[in-house]
Design a protein around this ligand. Sequence first.
Ligand SMILES: C[S@@+](CC[C@H](N)C(=O)[O-])C[C@H]1O[C@@H](n2cnc3c(N)ncnc32)[C@H](O)[C@@H]1O
Length: 593
Amino acid sequence: MAVSDHLERDRNHSTSPNTYTTATVHRKPSYPAPAGDLSFYRKPILLALEDRPFHLRCHRFEPFNSVLGFYTIVNFLFFVKDVTFGGESGSKLVVSVSAVTRMDPNVEEELPQYIHINQNEFLIRRHKKQKEEDIAICECKYNVDDPDSACGDSCLNVLTSTECTPGYCPCGDLCKNQRFQKCEYAKTKLFKTEGRGWGLLADENIKAGQFVIEYCGEVISWKEAKRRSQAYEIQGLTDAFIICLNASESIDATRKGSLGRFINHSCQPNCETRKWNVLGEIRVGIFAKHDIPFGAELAYDYNFEWFGGAKVRCLCGAARCSGFLGAKSRGFQEDTYLWEDDDERYSVEKIPVYDSAEDEMGTEVLKRMSLESSANYFNGRIGPSMDNTLKAVQLSDSGAFSIPLDLAQMKDLDVKKIKTEVVSEDMKLDSEDTEQAFSQKNAMISRIRSNTAARNYHLGPRSMSTKRTKGHRGRKLKNLVQKEVDVKFAAGLLASKAAQEEILKYEEVKNNAASDLDSLYDEIRPAIEEHERDSQDSVSTSVAEKWIQACCLKLKAEFDLYSSIIKNVACTAQRAKPPPEADNGNEIKLLTG
Ligand SMILES: C[S@@+](CC[C@H](N)C(=O)[O-])C[C@H]1O[C@@H](n2cnc3c(N)ncnc32)[C@H](O)[C@@H]1O
């Protein structure tokens, strides 16, 4: 239902057909601290159409900063974002207001604190100025009999996810391809979910492919996003609002954002994010994946948007729930996975770091979810009755699974005694030394099907070696046993000082190359993540070149080192007596693993 249906049109004060008057202001729930006297908001308050900024006209002067913030008027939420003097008399204020959405009248809770914006704000740079030569002009011709002719689905710009530029589109004002610019959002309603904080409902029937809302916020660098994400976590903010915009930038809707910030995650979502080029800038829109009926909660899959940060257990309730928000994202896997085998990644996470909102481990939702996933996906179970053995069996092609947790039992588990056993079709791992990995009270193993495209990049030294080899040395794991040459030991076998020095020199070069690759990894990670998650973008050539060069240097350094060892061990004299600890029967012990 439109705002206009609820608001009584004010004919006396109306200056345009879109102005309305309303009933009393109920409350000013949040930011900044509520002003004492709201009486000046009594009539007349003039509002314009719901999806455009509109005005409140007040008759008494109030300090400006006491006016900014959220208000509800007859169950509509709006945000007062700017206040200016309205006239010569000095007694009137013109108040710019944005973001109208219907509120659930039964919600008593304080509204979230954030500043509402309908356009991204750029913190590190200015909004790009579109050059005339870069403006894409379509070939649409408006035909009265076919409304879709004015930049509908077949418009060249629409097909390339580019909005038409006002003043340049052949369809002029009739152009339908300026949805971000004109804030042509679907009607939504803010409501309080069970256990997942606030959420957004469809307040009308939404059609498949329809633009629902833009995800707006502050555009910040990737580094700043990382810094903020850690800072928010330290501050105890469990709701995360940072998503990736492109290879080097993110959108943070924590402090400033649109209603898009309230859309929750689902592993079986009815919406999806799409990136559009709007006047030369990339913007993120949330679009309906299929028809969404009035009253349904809107949700999209955070996986590729997830910036990382806190691990939040997913309560979407979908049958194929992946267990955590962003569980499939690269950041998440980097943080948590333990080993990989072909297309599978196995990870150990300490949970729960956060359950969303105030939700506790024992909530009904969680229990239900746990039971459902158990029934659907698992043959194994966890708990003292299995002699502290965790057993997970590979099942279906669900893409990801987590071991069902009997939460009540889990709470009482002495995790130090946990022994893990993971069985899948072609591998078996027994690990007694997982004490460190399970050092938290609640522990969980989950297997996450990795993104094959991502793995082709062989993302970095960190992901491939260190984590895996430490805890699972000597296990029967496919692709996992990476023998390492004990260079110092090999050099120590040689009689010639020059040969020893040569080997040690090559080792140093190899270590430097490895550490260069490590640092480069941090630098290029956003670009690679972007490429993985969105085929609209590609990794820039310069980044790819740098990466390839560093990889090649490392490979060459390794080759040089190993050939030097082989050459010197084979061709130069060895010391008469091998170091005592090296004596392993007649075997020359060069490899450790
Ligand atoms: C972008 S915000 C969504 C709006 C948020 N619910 C609020 O109240 O502001 C993302 C946060 O919502 C919560 N959330 C979203 N989807 C969830 C889900 N499926 N399960 C659990 N928590 C969820 C998490 O705390 C997450 O960090």
